[in-house]
Design a protein around this ligand. Structure first.
Ligand code: BES
Ligand code: ZN
Length: 968
């Protein structure tokens, strides 16, 4: 705990000696405070106050697009920030008259002039400034003795590009330093971006938390700043807050003292200066939260959350794994964690899953809080991987930062790869590293196989506007990034990969880099140990994966011995528009196994390569453990032999590759490279399979069959076939759990138990339905929940689907009273399972009322409803009717919008739906789709592919299911 962190209320007003800077700050804040008060008394909104007389237009605007520096989204290179001093005072009570929550702030930034200029551009968004005696929004002071600061001749806010613009009467001099002062006000809105407000119900009613989410471009919504990742500086932060609240920021608390502002006594917490860092990693939080802590090797680790959650022990798991994961990354990176503390805080309202603010990581509650009585093994795994992901960023991203957002894929892709390594360290029994294949590789294959995909790397000049930056946070950056880095680490060997990584971090610590800098260091490591069998430089090999979209399908003809590659497109008729620099050829590391034992590696760098021929009953299986970012196809003979091995000795094939065979086969079939019936045949051995990964892979693929056929005559025979396939698995789990009384031992087994129950119930297995309904009824009758947390999601969903309003209302009230977010989350998803249209429509309406469904959860709730065959069209009507509201309220700022559009349209497979989708795109062109922009095109492409697929496959699929259902 930091010195002077708590001050008891009984201390009374202590005589404090304030430094001159602090006195000035307090005076400035109190000026803003009284002005705000006066304005509020006059019913003037703080966001439109009289304190900012200047307009938001430059005095000399022209109507034609201009080349003025303030019309460009990127900052000029003329000024380099060095040190900021920022004091912020968020109000946790609304103004009684306006009802608005606000914050006030005073900031100064010291910068060096790198090129002479008479213009200061500094980012600022939705802030109102108090004018200084010079009648302008800022005051400029020279810092070099003897030098004189130019005078500000005009100042205004440039809304579109989000700048505070200051024109000077003469030039700032090269290599001279200056300090810029500002005093400002902003709204502490519930908009999940910048300095924002989160609310929750605590002891004694509504509680308010002031917190931040800066990434990518919202630091400028909290204070004026040079808001680009390469503009690193040192930040001195001070927060003013009420008694009984705790203030947190990136640095350790230096001192908390009592101060008086106007007629109020408050606390002022000063923080230790930060390391040299980017603005997007800053965090400021004021709350009445509790915490638990421990110290490992002089690093203080704390978990903060609502007091009742801390008291219930919900932070204990996170605390127990943070230290080990942090130590793991210190070793992995060969770099000591540079801060004295690592805080992690669970927030009731949070847009993303978590955010890697340096030293103060923020989470949504489900991503940090664990309670054995409520949380499933899936919840636990999410906590471990997300903590690991964010801690990985403390070095990769925070210590060394990519120069501009176009390289975001490397930052997020890297963390998304190594999160598995860190989580494995914390939970070595789980085999969590295998799951990257399902969660990232297979997941992103589905998107990267579309003609509307895009390369990992973007050009710096193509990424300018905040909306363009937000769009980069997509599955390509995260999951393809993770997949190709895993492949790279594998073909270099982990030793070489970490060697290069370590020198990269050492060279660029506290600075910025571009992705090719990492390649350079990996190449140095390769050269150090000898290049082995690499067919080119790291740069050359990786260019084929990074600069072109998509991935190859490698075809192995075991009879002729020829291996070849081709761009894998889900719709073979689609045209890829942008010509790729490499003509859709990749340099591919291939490894394979022959008939269960020998492993061979080689490279495919042209169109084809000759390899070995097979004879007799030998078979070949390539891409072992799916370390390569490609799919594999074989000649019919090899496929037949692989199917034979699956049905007679499936354990000969590694479990990850069993999952791969299913996923590759289904997708090759969708791309018309193999018959759909061959793909369906890979599911025939499942009656004997008990492992999670192949089952999960099959379910993911069969999900597509459900989406396409659950409104057609294929549905019945498909259900009959799948029911017969899953009953052995259902019985297996019934046996090993003593009739559902125990929990299976292994992590993956626990997952597969859920699969067994959910598919058995979904296919109408009576025993399963009776079981889940009885559990739910027992809960309703006895008010004690008998269902194990692992099984709750599926049990709730089935019982609510089978039930009516009574079950729904019960679940809704349990949702509202849930004391842990992961329980609320399970109920929120299950509420979408009802078959009653009126309940679904009412539930959709609830998503517009943040008192019922938090803003952070609105879009995922709509997607849950769309997943339900009955809710799909209701959800589609709903988002069309409310698009502009949904878009403006729930922001285009994160993954949620692409999930929303993909989620609501993924069942589309008719001409009518395609027309509606295109109409939707045209109608909302002006409002926009934010982070869902690409998803609209992807959905159109998917709809067309689905239509064709159904036309081509319905007949054969129907007769296959019919025949198999009869046979079994
Ligand atoms: N930097 C991101 C959080 C973020 C996402 C900020 C989008 C702004 C826009 C963070 O490191 C992250 O990636 N979080 C993930 C979790 C992770 C385990 C994939 C998230 O929020 O889901
Ligand atoms: Zn991340």
């Amino acid at each position: 705990m930091g010195k002077g962190f708590f001050i008891s209320k009984g201390v009374g007003v202590v005589c404090i000696i304030l430094g001159a800077g602090a006195v000035a700050t307090i005076i400035a804040l109190s000026v803003v405070y009284s002005q705000e008060k006066a304005k509020n008394e006059n019913h003037v909104s703080p966001t439109n106050g009289a304190t900012t007389p200047t307009t938001s237009k430059p005095p000399t605007t022209t109507t034609t697009p201009s080349n003025n520096p303030w019309d460009k989204y990127r900052l000029p290179q003329s000024l380099v920030p060095e040190i900021y001093n920022i004091t912020l005072w968020p109000r946790l009570t609304p103004d009684p008259k306006t009802g608005l929550y606000i914050f006030t702030g005073v900031s100064s930034v010291e910068f060096k002039c790198a090129e002479e200029t008479n213009l200061i551009l500094i980012h600022s968004n939705k802030l109102n400034y108090t004018n200084y005696e010079n009648n302008h929004m800022a005051k400029l002071i020279p810092l070099d003795s003897g030098s004189k600061a130019p005078s500000i001749v005009s100042s205004w806010l440039q809304n579109e590009t989000q700048y505070l613009v200051l024109k000077l009467d003469s030039k700032l001099m090269k290599d001279h330093r200056y300090r810029l002062h500002t005093t400002f006000t902003g709204e502490l809105a519930d908009d999940l971006g910048g300095f924002y407000r989160s609310e929750y119900k605590g002891d004694g009613g509504k509680k308010i938390v002031a917190t931040t989410q800066m990434q990518p471009t919202d630091a400028r919504k909290a204070f004026p700043c040079f808001d680009e990742p390469a503009m690193k500086a040192v930040f001195h932060i001070t927060l003013i807050h009420d008694h009984g609240t705790v203030a947190l920021s990136n640095g350790e608390e230096k001192e908390t003292r009592i101060v008086s502002i106007g007629d109020q006594t408050l606390l002022q917490t000063d923080f230790e200066p930060t390391e040299k860092m980017s603005t997007y990693l800053l965090a400021f939080i004021v709350s009445d939260f509790g915490y638990i802590n421990n110290t490992i090797d002089n690093v203080m680790i704390r978990i903060f959350a609502r007091k009742s959650a801390i008291e219930a022990g919900q932070g204990v798991y996170a605390l127990s794994i943070t230290g080990p994961i942090l130590k793991f990354f210190e070793k992995y990176y060969n770099s000591t964690y540079p801060l004295p503390k690592s805080d992690q805080i669970a927030l009731p309202d949070f847009n993303a899953g978590a955010m890697e603010n340096w030293g103060l990581i923020t989470y949504r509650e489900t991503a940090l809080l664990y309670d054995e009585a409520f949380s499933s093994n899936g919840n636990k795994e999410r906590i471990a991987t997300i903590i690991s992901h964010e801690l990985a960023h403390m070095w990769f991203g925070n210590l060394v930062t990519l120069r501009w957002w176009n390289d975001l894929w490397l930052n997020e892709g890297f963390a998304s790869y190594v999160e598995y390594l860190g989580a494995h360290e914390a939970e070595p029994e789980w085999n969590v590293k295998d799951l990257i294949v399902l969660n990232d590789v297979h997941r992103v294959f589905a998107i990267d196989a579309l003609a509307s995909s895009h390369p990992l790397s973007s050009k710096e000049e193509d990424i300018q506007k905040p909306a363009q930056i937000s769009e980069l946070f997509d599955a390509i950056s995260y999951s393809k990034g993770a997949s190709v880095l895993r492949m790279l680490s594998d073909f270099l060997s982990e030793g070489v990969f970490t060697m290069g990584l370590r020198t990269y971090l050492a060279e660029f610590a506290y600075g910025n880099a571009v992705y090719t800098d990492l390649w350079k260091h990996l190449q140095m490591a390769v050269d150090n140990v000898g290049s082995g069998d690499l067919p080119g430089t790291v740069h050359n090999i990786m260019n084929t994966w990074v600069l072109q979209m998509g991935f190859p399908v490698v075809t192995i003809n075991a009879t002729t011995g020829v291996i070849s590659q081709k761009h894998f497109l889900l719709d073979p008729d689609s045209e890829v528009t942008a010509p790729s620099p490499f003509n859709y050829e990749w340099i591919i590391p291939i490894n394979w196994m022959k008939t269960g034992d020998i492993q061979i590696r080689r490279w495919l760098s042209g169109k084809t390569v000759e390899s070995m021929k097979l004879t007799g009953s030998d078979w070949l299986l390539a891409n072992l453990n799916v370390v390569g970012y490609y799919r594999v196809n074989y000649d019919q003979g090899n496929w037949d032999r692989l199917l034979e091995v699956l049905s007679t000795a499936h354990a000969t094939i590694p479990v990850i590759n069993r999952a791969q065979l299913v996923d590759d086969a289904f997708n090759l079939a969708r791309a018309k490279l193999i018959p759909t019936v061959l793909a369906l045949k890979t599911t025939k051995y499942l009656g004997k399979e008990t492992e999670y990964m192949p089952w999960e892979s099959a379910l993911n693929n069969l999900d597509f069959f459900y989406l396409m056929f659950d409104r057609s005559e294929v549905y019945g025979p498909m259900q009959d076939y799948l029911r017969k396939q899953v009953i052995p698995l259902f019985n297996h789990y019934k046996n090993i759990t003593d009739n559902w009384a125990k929990v299976p031992k292994g992590h993956m087994d626990q997952y597969n138990q859920v699969n067994a129950i959910s598919l058995a119930c979904r296919t109408g297995h009576q025993e399963c339905q009776t079981l889940t309904q009885a559990w739910f009824k027992q809960w309703m009758d006895e008010k004690i929940n008998p269902i194990h947390p692992n099984l709750r999601s599926t049990a709730y969903c089935n019982a609510i689907a089978a039930g009516g309003a009574k079950e729904w209302e019960f679940a809704w009230s349990e949702f509202q009273n849930a004391t842990i977010a992961s329980e609320a989350e399970k109920l929120r998803a299950a509420l979408a399972c009802t078959k009653q249209p009126w309940l679904l429509n009412r539930y959709l309406e609830y998503t517009l009322d943040s008192k019922l469904i938090r803003k952070q959860d609105a879009t995922s709730t709509i997607v849950y409803i769309a997943n339900n065959v009955i809710g799909q069209s209701l959800a589609w009507d709903f988002i069309r009717a409310h698009w502009s509201y949904i878009f403006t309220q729930y922001g285009g700022g994160s993954f949620s919008f692409s999930n929303l559009i993909n989620g609501v349209t993924k069942r589309f497979s008719s001409d009518f739906e395609l027309k509606q989708l295109k109409q939707f795109k045209a109608n909302n062109a002006e409002v926009g789709f934010g982070s869902g922009t690409l998803a609209v095109d992807q959905s159109i492409e998917r709809t067309i592919a689905n239509m064709k697929w159904i036309a081509d496959n319905k007949k054969s699929v129907l007769s296959w299911f019919k025949a198999e259902a009869k046979l079994l």
